[in-house]
Ligand binder design. Sequence first.
Ligand SMILES: *[C@@H]1O[C@H](CO)[C@@H](O)[C@H](O)[C@H]1NC(C)=O
Ligand SMILES: *[C@@H]1O[C@H](CO)[C@@H](O)[C@H](O)[C@H]1NC(C)=O
Length: 270
Amino acid sequence: MDRQQSLNRVETFSFVNPWIRYFLFFFSFLFWVFSLLIVAIGVYAKVQKATDTVRDTFLIDPAVILIVVGVVMFFITFCGCIGALRENIRLLKTFSFSLTLVFLTQLVIAVLGFFYSDQTRDALGKFVKKAITHYRDDLDLQNLMDYIQKEFKCCGWNNYTDWSWNLYFNCTHENPSSERCAVPYSCCTPVPGEAMINTMCGFGVQTQNYLEANKSIYPVGCADRAVMWIESHLLLVGALALGLALPQIAGIVLSQILISQIQDEITSVL
Ligand SMILES: *[C@@H]1O[C@H](CO)[C@@H](O)[C@H](O)[C@H]1NC(C)=O
Ligand SMILES: *[C@@H]1O[C@H](CO)[C@@H](O)[C@H](O)[C@H]1NC(C)=O
């Protein structure tokens, strides 16, 4: 009887920890579903958008970026999901390797972005310049610029005179536009207790100096504001970075543990 029991124990004993296995499975499954969602949003955005202005602004269409990120994520999480479920070493190794590659790529980009912060700022400035230039050509760009200026309480990239990059707001004498030398309404500082919104508050502002402009609009450029925002939200930025890195590190570590446990299992059977 005792002999039978110990035999049973040997048969049911497994080197593979079911907690790790199923955790990796559910975890990958969750991100697998999430990747489908990203692809769906990307495809939807791609179909919805007829104009090419946004693509011209960002060099690559943001919708295409979403689709590519979603598809890459789909294949990686698929390997993790099925690899954990079927205890398939090859799939788990593919999962671990691709996740490591993705993680290192992000790390390199983050470190380069940090050490070459001036170049990063210039590159971002080019995007904003295009967004300002195409402000009236594309509703999405217009909404984006309005959102940035309102949220960060800023105007233009360097300062409010950047709005001359736009045909309508350009401040040269020859410009026939009625909005010559103006800035968009999203630059305007809200006036407390004002009964009617003055949508013309940005008119002629580009001809004014900093102190005059300061009375009606946010005079600081969005580049300086962005730097200030990051400096005052370092904790949030760190938390976001950690939130991005931790699931990846967990996936790499757990899949490596699972791989070695499955390998132990195989050698114990041989
Ligand atoms: C706005 O920025 C431009 C370019 O950086 C600079 O030449 C100009 O003097 C600035 N104007 C004001 C009013 O700060
Ligand atoms: C404003 O328009 C003039 C004439 O088209 C152009 O030469 C000038 O470069 C424009 N200003 C800016 C800041 O782009």
